[in-house]
Design a binder for this molecule. Structure first.
Ligand code: ADE
Length: 407
C-alpha cells in the first residue's frame, strides 16, 4: 500500500472477495439471524484475540463476530497466508488487525504481542502459537479459548498433561462437523489447488507420495487419485496403513517410495518426516511440499545446508542443487494450500467457523465458570452445525431437523 488510491483498490478487492465467500457461507448468516432475535447481543462487551489465517473466509467469521457484539484484535496464523486485500478490507471495517503477507518472524511475533496487549477475554487460535505466547507472558488474564487445528489441540493437550494449561479451551478441531469435512475435503481440495497453482504440473501418471493417512492425508490422497495421479501412502500407524491399503493405495515405507516418487506431500503433523537419508535417494527434479500446519515436516535445515542460495524459479518454487541433483521445494515448506492457493473453500470453512462462532458464544455465556481443561465441542453444537449445513445445502431428512437448540 503506497498511496490512498492503491489502498482503496486493495480494499475494494478485499470487499469483493469477502462478499463472494459470504455468499457461499450461508450458515454463518443464519446463525447471526438466529441470535439477533435475542434481547442482548450474545458477544456484547466480549473482547476476542484472534490468530487465524487472514482469508476471505476468516473475514466472514470476523464480521459475524462483530455483528454479534464482539470487539476484536487479529493477527495471522502464518505470515505467508495473509490475503492483503482482506487485511485491508477488515482494517477499513475498524477491526484491529496486525498482519501483512510475508512479515518477518520478528514482525510476526510483535503482531501476536499486540493482540495480547489488547487484553482479550477469549483467544481463538489456529496452531496454538498465540495460546502458547499467552501462557509465556505472565499476568494476562485470558478467560477462555478455542483452537482450530489438530496440531494446536495436540500442543494444548500437552500443556494440560503437565498441569500448565491456564484457561479452558474448546478443541473446535475435534468436532465431527470440523475434522470430517475441513481436514479431509477442505485440505484435500485446497492442497491440490495449491500444488497446481504453484507448479501447473500434469497429475495423470505422476507418482505422488502422500506421507500420513490421517484425515488430511485421506483427503489429499483421494483428490490426487481422482485427478489421475498414482498415489503411494506412507504411514507409521499400522491401522491407518491398513486403511490406506484397503482403499486401494500402494502403501510402502518412505525409504522405498523415495526411489520412484515424483512429488512428495507431507500430511503428518510430525517433525522432520522427510530427511537427508530420504532426500539423498530421491530422483532428480523431485518436488517436495507440505500440507501440515507447521513448516517442520521437511528437513529445511538439511536443504539449506546443501545449497545456501537456492534459485527462486517461480513464485513459491525454490530449486536446491544437492550433489548435482535438483530438488524443488514449494512454499518454503509452509502449508501449500494457504501459501500457494486461498486455503479451504468457503463452503467447508462455513462448517468450521460455525463451530467457532457457536463455541465462542458458549464460552461467553460461561465466562469464568468452566474448569481449566481442553474440552471437546459440546455435542449439541456439533449436531446443530450439521443441521445448519444440511439446510444450507438444501437437503432435508425424513424427520424435521430443526429441533430445540439452547446454548
Ligand atoms: N485454514 C485452511 N483454509 C482456511 C481458510 N480458507 N480460511 C481460514 N483458515 C483456513
Amino acid at each position: 500500500m503506497t498511496d490512498s488510491s492503491s489502498r482503496s483498490s486493495l480494499e475494494l478487492e478485499g470487499q469483493k472477495s469477502h462478499e463472494w465467500a459470504k455468499s457461499r457461507m450461508m450458515i454463518i448468516d443464519r446463525i447471526i439471524k438466529d441470535f439477533s432475535t435475542l434481547k442482548a447481543s450474545p458477544l456484547e462487551g466480549i473482547k476476542l484475540g484472534i490468530c487465524l489465517h487472514i482469508t476471505k473466509e476468516t473475514s466472514v467469521l470476523v464480521m459475524a463476530l462483530k455483528a454479534l457484539g464482539a470487539e476484536m484484535a487479529l493477527c495471522s496464523a502464518n505470515p505467508l497466508s495473509v490475503q492483503n486485500d482482506i487485511a485491508c478490507f477488515l482494517k477499513n471495517k475498524e477491526i484491529q488487525i496486525f498482519a501483512a503477507r510475508g512479515e518477518s518472524q520478528k514482525q510476526y511475533n510483535d503482531s501476536m504481542l499486540r493482540v495480547i496487549r489488547f487484553k482479550p477475554d477469549i483467544v481463538t487460535d489456529d496452531g496454538a502459537e498465540l495460546h502458547l505466547m499467552v501462557h509465556r507472558s505472565l499476568g494476562k488474564a485470558i478467560v477462555a479459548g478455542t483452537e482450530e487445528t489438530t496440531s494446536g489441540v495436540a500442543r494444548l493437550k500437552e500443556l494440560e498433561s503437565y498441569g500448565q494449561l491456564k484457561y479452558p479451551v474448546i478443541a473446535v478441531n475435534n468436532a465431527q462437523t470440523k475434522y470430517l469435512f475441513d481436514n479431509r475435503y477442505g485440505t484435500g481440495q485446497s492442497t491440490v489447488d495449491g500444488l497446481l497453482r504453484t507448479t501447473s504440473v500434469l497429475l495423470p501418471g505422476k507418482h505422488i507420495v502422500v506421507c500420513g493417512y490421517g484425515w488430511v492425508g485421506k483427503g489429499v490422497a483421494s483428490r490426487l487419485r481422482g485427478m489421475g495421479a498414482i498415489v503411494t501412502v506412507t504411514e507409521t500407524d499400522p491401522i491407518k496403513a491398513l486403511e490406506a491399503h484397503m482403499e486401494g493405495y500402494e502403501v510402502s515405507s518412505l525409504a522405498s517410495a523415495c526411489t520412484y516418487g515424483d512429488i512428495f506431500i507431507t500430511c503428518t503433523g510430525g517433525y522432520r518426516i522427510i530427511r537427508k537419508e530420504h532426500i539423498d535417494t530421491m530422483k532428480d527434479g523431485v518436488i517436495l511440499c507440505n500440507a501440515g500446519h507447521f513448516d517442520f515436516e521437511i528437513d529445511l535445515e538439511y536443504l539449506r545446508s546443501q545449497d545456501q542460495e537456492p534459485k527462486e524459479v517461480r513464485p513459491n518454487i525454490q530449486l536446491y542443487l544437492i550433489n548435482g541433483k535438483g530438488v524443488y521445494l514449494l512454499a518454503s515448506g509452509r502449508v501449500i494450500n494457504l501459501v500457494g492457493a486461498e486455503g479451504h473453500p468457503p463452503e467447508v470453512m462455513a462448517l468450521s467457523f460455525a463451530n467457532q462462532l457457536l463455541c465462542i458464544i458458549y464460552l461467553a455465556k460461561r465466562m469464568g465458570s468452566l474448569e481449566t481443561r481442553v474440552y471437546d465441542v459440546p455435542a449439541h453444537i456439533d449436531r446443530k452445525v450439521s443441521e445448519y449445513a444440511l439446510n444450507a445445502f438444501g437437503i432435508s431428512l425424513e424427520h424435521s431437523i430443526d429441533g430445540q437448540f439452547t446454548m
